[in-house]
Design a protein around this ligand. Structure first.
Ligand SMILES: [Zn+2]
Ligand SMILES: [Zn+2]
Length: 395
């Protein structure tokens, strides 16, 4: 059978996914969060291991006098954003004054995201006691875990789960139950970054950054799991995110280079895989290339090349340009096709079927690999699924 790559989920599941997620939503009610309470057993600073490797030049003195505490509380109450994190670009010469406290964050998914930063005002930040956990409602959330962060004060109506901001908690500090602060690193959705959402981005793809912030724990709407997808693991479906699972596979260096880490490029179009869509690999051992099934559908409705030559990988770029005129018709959820494309004039439609796909308990899978082409007169013919690189038949 053709080697395919996509998590085990079936199409049906795709349509249930929103509801499944909603059921798991920690605060999926119209009730506002009352307060973000500190976990009942805060670890003493001296004996607890550091939850994150923070190289702090000074250990915070946790015991404040009553007057200091009242002073700090007044500051926190009157300041909307009491703390700021300033990233120190690598290029900037270290001008260390005695008052500056340069810290290092070096546990951010990818070593290239490591950064130096300062917190202002540092004296106030460091006089807050450090905790390993905090709680929201009945949920206890620790350092290193990922959270949903609301970005409006809207507390009525259902929470738009996917539109919530996402962040990873790096440090928890508090004065008391009403004053709990989190130092976080943001996880962006593709559409939140300049490049915007591309065709290869998964629906629930997040992009870790080294953009740090300090937020009020009251803004947290609950915990989420974010899995790492290593694209180079080809033969283990469990290595891939399910369609209802948040995941990350590459990072964005916000502080130093404003650049992304590399994604694996596949297929004649040399673009990454979208994990929500099926890719197939060529079984010819000399080839073994992975292809988007969507590109196979698009190639089937492209006008033939003028000299009649078969396409070669070198022509991949050209093929991609032509393919941009190809449209994607509405995909019927009942179809067993894994990809579909129409010619620009709408006269021809190609549906790609792959043996054993789609997978799922209530889905009837295709029995063989084939492309069904329907022309303007509604006449149907089938073609073999051929590798876009070496033209050998798949399956
Ligand atoms: Zn492709
Ligand atoms: Zn091939």
């Amino acid at each position: 059978m053709t080697r395919t790559k996509r998590p085990g989920g079936d199409k049906k599941r795709k349509f249930d996914a929103t509801d499944e997620r909603a059921a798991k939503r920690p605060n999926n009610t119209s009730e506002p969060i009352q307060h973000a309470a500190i976990a009942p057993t805060p670890p003493p600073e001296t004996t607890a291991p550091e939850p994150t490797p923070i190289k702090s030049p000074t250990q915070p003195p946790p015991d404040l006098t009553a007057a200091d505490k009242a002073h700090l509380k007044a500051y926190l109450d009157r300041t909307e954003r009491p703390f700021a994190v300033l990233a120190i670009p690598a290029s900037k010469k270290r001008k260390r004054s005695s008052a500056s406290h340069q810290l290092v964050q070096d546990d951010l998914y990818d070593p290239r995201l490591t950064l130096q930063y300062e917190i202002k005002p540092f004296d106030k930040w460091s006089s807050l006691r450090k905790y390993k956990k905090f709680s929201v409602g009945s949920e206890s959330i620790g350092c290193g875990e990922c959270v949903l962060v609301k970005h409006t004060d809207e507390t009525t109506g259902p929470i738009d789960y996917d539109a919530q901001w996402k962040a990873r908690v790096l440090e928890i500090r508090a004065l008391d139950q009403e004053h709990v602060y989190l130092r976080v690193a943001w996880l962006n959705r593709p559409e939140d970054l300049d490049i915007g959402r591309k065709r290869y981005h998964g629906k629930l793809e997040l992009i870790p950054t080294n953009q740090l912030d300090i937020i009020d724990a009251m803004a947290v709407n609950g915990r989420i799991e974010v899995m790492h997808w290593d694209e180079l693991v080809d033969d283990d479906v469990k290595a891939m995110p399910e369609e209802d699972q948040y995941f990350w596979r590459y990072t964005y260096d916000f502080v130093h280079t404003k650049s992304f880490s590399k994604l694996r490029e596949i297929c004649v179009c040399k673009t990454p895989q979208n994990p929500d869509e099926l890719i197939v690999s060529c079984e010819n051992k000399d080839c073994g290339q992975w292809m988007h099934t969507k590109c196979i559908a698009e190639a089937a409705v492209e006008p033939p090349t003028t000299n009649g030559n078969v396409k070669t990988p070198q022509k991949g770029v050209k093929a991609k340009k032509r393919a941009s005129k190809v449209t994607t018709p509405t995909f019927s959820p009942d179809s067993r096709a894994v990809a579909i494309a129409s010619s620009g004039d709408g006269e021809m439609t190609a549906e790609v079927f792959i043996k054993g796909q789609p997978k799922g308990p209530d889905v009837e899978a295709s029995e063989k690999d084939e492309i069904v082409i329907t022309d303007a007169a509604a006449a149907r013919r089938t073609e073999k699924v051929l590798c876009l690189f070496c033209q050998s038949p798949l399956g």
